[in-house]
Design a protein around this ligand. Structure first.
Ligand code: F6P
Length: 341
């Protein structure tokens, strides 16, 4: 049987570990052949493939990115997108697809499943905002990178008596900001789930300066001020209608300087958080997801996604994972608030 594999959305440390595990189990245990589709949903749309056998996955476990390439192509935004995908699968004799992705890629997979395409999902995102799974791989690596960056920025903040703002990823969910901010002792953490009060932020900054210790503000890129109290730049949209974010850190720095008279600088971590080698925990989780995904294909568990519950890998309907995003619970945020100011 021939199985297609694709990776969609933003790249994420651990994608190669999933691909490797799928092939390393699927070939000897189930005698499957694999077709790698390039660049997310663009692959099956345009018939772009890559050989995917055991030699092709040797040595990729510690490598970041994805050997298959990725894109944010949305086949449902193209008139005959679904028909073209069906035709490619038919022509290549591909009986089922393993789609590795976040909310958008798995949202497409869920819709294709409803239209009769055989698909199994694997959740990935550094943002950790997919429902149905306790964690996604990539998150641990991103939090580690952000924490290390914030630790390093402390020395500049202290030496130059500056407020430093660190903008991390997280469009709708503040998981990276919360975890890295807590791990690095941030002065205040700002997340998309809870609109912030810039007056309060400035009070925290001033109180931290009074203790002779420089403030570090960790802000998720999707965080917003309360009641439109600050101007924010509008961004372009991608094929799934998401605005390209970035800039909240700069706006906050500007407001802090204006309101407190202290120097404030911003560091935008951006794609550094998604780059490079995955942490050992992400390699472990991604490998287990790959092993369980190919078992799900063997069991014909179409429309299901592998997910972590505690230490078990289970299966959940793709729709459970994609209907609502998993956002930060206010009670968790309240735990972190103890350390603000
Ligand atoms: O979904 C993962 C993510 O890293 C988001 O946190 C971020 O908003 C987005 O991708 C950025 O995507 P791109 O690299 O396409 O600009």
């Amino acid at each position: 049987m021939r199985i297609g594999v694709l990776t969609g959305g933003g790249d994420c440390p651990g994608l190669n570990a999933v691909i490797r595990a799928i092939v390393r189990k699927g070939v000897p245990q189930y005698q499957y052949e694999f077709v790698g589709f390039r660049d997310g949903w663009r692959g099956p749309l345009e018939g772009l493939t890559k050989e995917l056998d055991i030699p092709a996955v040797r040595g990729i476990l510690p490598r970041g990115g994805t050997i298959l390439g990725s894109s944010r192509t949305n086949p449902f935004a193209i008139d005959d997108g679904v028909e073209r995908i069906r035709a490619t699968l038919m022509n290549l004799g591909v009986r089922a697809l393993v789609a590795i992705g976040g909310e958008d890629t798995l949202g497409v997979a869920a819709k294709l499943h409803e239209l009769g395409v055989h698909v199994v999902g694997v959740p990935k995102t550094i943002d950790n905002d997919l429902s149905g799974t306790d964690y996604t791989f990539g998150f641990d690596t991103a939090v580690g990178i952000a924490t290390e960056a914030i630790d390093r920025l402390h020395t500049t903040a202290e030496s130059h008596h500056r407020a430093l703002i660190v903008e991390v990823m997280g469009r709708h969910a503040g998981w990276i900001a919360l975890h890295s901010g807590m791990a690095s002792g941030a002065n205040v953490i700002l997340i998309p789930e809870i609109p912030f009060d810039i007056d309060k932020v400035c009070q925290y900054v001033e109180s931290r300066f009074r203790t002779q210790y420089a403030p570090i503000i960790v802000v998720a890129e999707g965080a917003t001020p309360r009641d439109g109290t600050m101007e924010l730049a509008a961004g372009e949209k991608d094929a799934f209608g998401h605005v390209r974010l970035g800039g909240i850190g700069e706006s906050i720095a500007h407001e802090i300087e204006r309101r407190t008279g202290k120097e404030a600088r911003t560091t935008v971590l951006g794609h550094v958080q998604r780059g490079g080698t995955p942490s050992s925990r992400d390699r472990w989780l991604a490998t287990r997801f790959g092993l369980h995904a190919i078992d799900a294909v063997h069991d014909e568990a179409w429309g299901q996604m592998v997910a972590l519950r505690g230490t078990d890998v289970v299966r959940v309907p793709l729709s459970d994972a994609t209907e609502n995003l998993k956002t930060v619970d206010p009670a968790l945020y309240a735990e972190a608030e103890i350390f603000f100011g």
